[in-house]
Design a protein around this ligand. Structure first.
Ligand SMILES: [Mn+2]
Length: 305
């Protein structure tokens, strides 16, 4: 049986793409089941409730299992024992950072979400899509593209979203998207540590490990009023894990930009990458909505990778 899962600290795209792809695999005669690599966030919870679907179970171990990776291709972001698994396929929309010692299916499309790629597979194969699958795939597209505001958005994302909305009976995509982001922004009850690990990924830039977390919010002030507490915790996380830096992006989807909070051994590469000055560990990054497209590439350039 194929074990289908997205990245750690799962977002809506990772969960919904895994569910939909496992469904498609079963329809075309390959036994498959969706899994998750961490807790479901508030936004994904709302999506699954709305379309009446269960969250996939937590994957205990990937070792010796046949696995399909969706929405990621970096081992750092995958199951801890991913290198003991038998990876048979990858479907992703991130930069390729993958090597394997056997031939596999590897599908990468520079789309705004993995859900766009999975939706397209249904249509290409002529597989009838249930309403709830269309609903969760649509939600994943809205989530990853920040309701089409992110510069990662492609015409294919919009085209797939339109088709999915029709099948799912979602009349106002924008309104549903904002409802989702409001659920995602409900962060007030979270501890500072949970905020840092809310939607984080660990990257390696020229051997330096950097944790980059993103909080997509409808109103940035709510989180930023807790700046001191969050920065204290960022320092602790950095020390405990031996990171070169911990960067928290508070992305304000209405103002269309991000406040960056940074604790680093050296701030200079970050200032250079984003062309800003950090004051008390804080800087405003105008227009920055996408970690993948606007944050990671300039850091890679500066760190010389
Ligand atoms: Mn994604």
């Amino acid at each position: 049986m194929l074990h289908v899962f997205g990245h750690k600290s799962p977002d809506t795209d990772s969960i919904c793409s895994a569910i939909a792809y496992a469904y498609l695999k079963n329809v075309i005669g390959e036994e498959a089941k969706a899994f998750r690599l961490g807790e479901i966030n508030n936004e994904t919870k709302l999506v699954l409730e709305k379309f009446e679907m269960d969250a996939p179970p937590l994957l205990e171990s990937a070792a010796d299992k046949d696995v399909v990776l969706v929405d990621h291709n970096e081992f750092d972001q995958s199951a801890d024992d991913i290198e003991q698994a038998n990876i048979v396929e990858v479907v992703d929309h991130h930069k390729i950072k993958f090597g394997w010692d056997r031939p596999i299916y590897f599908l990468t499309v520079p789309a705004g979400s993995t859900a766009t790629i999975i939706a397209n597979k249904f249509f290409q194969k002529g597989v009838k899509m249930p309403e709830n699958i269309a609903g969760i795939l649509l939600s994943a597209i809205l989530s990853d593209t920040v309701i089409f505001k992110s510069p990662t958005t492609t015409s294919e994302d919009k085209e797939m979203a339109r088709k999915l909305a029709e099948i799912a009976g979602v009349e106002n995509m924008e309104a549903w998207g904002i409802e989702m982001f409001k659920a995602k922004s409900a962060l007030s009850e979270k501890s500072a540590r949970d905020l840092i690990y809310n939607d984080y990924k660990v990257y390696e830039f020229a051997g330096k490990r950097v944790l980059i977390d993103q909080l997509e919010v409808v109103d940035g002030e709510e989180v930023l009023s807790r700046k001191d507490e969050i920065m204290e915790e960022m320092k602790k996380v950095k020390e405990e894990e031996g990171f070169f830096a911990v960067l928290v992006l508070v992305t304000d989807i209405m103002k269309e930009g991000s406040t960056a909070l940074l604790v680093a051994d050296d701030v200079e590469p970050f200032e250079k990458a984003f062309n800003v000055k950090f004051e008390n560990g804080q800087a405003w990054l105008e227009g920055v909505m996408s970690r993948k497209k606007q944050v990671v590439p300039p850091l890679e350039t500066v760190f010389g990778e």
